[in-house]
Each structure stands twice: as structure tokens, then as C-alpha cells.
Write a protein of this length. Structure first.
Length: 94
């Protein structure tokens, strides 16, 4: 994949910006899914650059934070987090 930072001087480093295809590869999803997540306000935070094309980029640290967020110790904990009002219920498709 590459390094997270690119050093411009010995005392300064700049965080790497990732293209959507790189992020999709890291998350093992399609770029279409990543785009759908953006439209729904899900997934890692991103930056849209100004201009006609409005290029999308993701900070490497934001992608790592997203990957670490919402980790579950068990399926029961996951279900409880999704639907806190349904204590003890299955919460799956009916």
C-alpha cells in the first residue's frame, strides 16, 4: 500500500491522502459501495476538493479510525448497539 506520511523535511511530515479506489481496496469493498456510504453519511470522513470534478480524498488516519470504530466483543453486543430498545431480542431479519 505505501507509507502513511510523506516527509517534506526532516522535521515536518504530511499525512497521505488516499483516492477512493485505495480506500475501497483497504476496506475490501467496491468504489460504488464507498460512494453510496458517502451519500448516506456513512463510512470514513472525506474531503472534496473544489473544482468542476470535485476530487474526493480520504486522510489515511480517518480510514484507520473508521476501521477501528464500532468493534464488537460479541454478536449480542452488536445487536444491542444497533437497537438499544430491543433488549434481549434477536434484532435480525424477520
Amino acid at each position: 500500500m505505501g507509507q502513511a506520511t510523506v516527509a517534506s523535511s526532516p522535521s515536518e511530515s504530511v499525512e497521505r491522502l488516499l483516492r477512493p479506489a485505495e480506500v475501497a481496496d483497504m476496506l475490501d469493498i467496491s468504489t460504488h459501495t464507498l460512494k453510496a456510504w458517502r451519500h448516506r453519511g456513512e463510512g470514513p470522513r472525506y474531503k472534496r476538493f473544489p473544482g468542476e470534478r470535485g476530487e474526493i480524498r480520504y486522510l489515511y488516519s480517518e480510514v484507520l479510525e473508521f476501521m477501528r470504530s464500532d468493534l464488537h466483543a460479541s454478536y449480542a453486543a452488536e445487536v444491542a448497539q444497533r437497537n438499544p430498545d430491543a433488549e434481549g431480542s434477536y434484532g435480525g431479519p424477520g
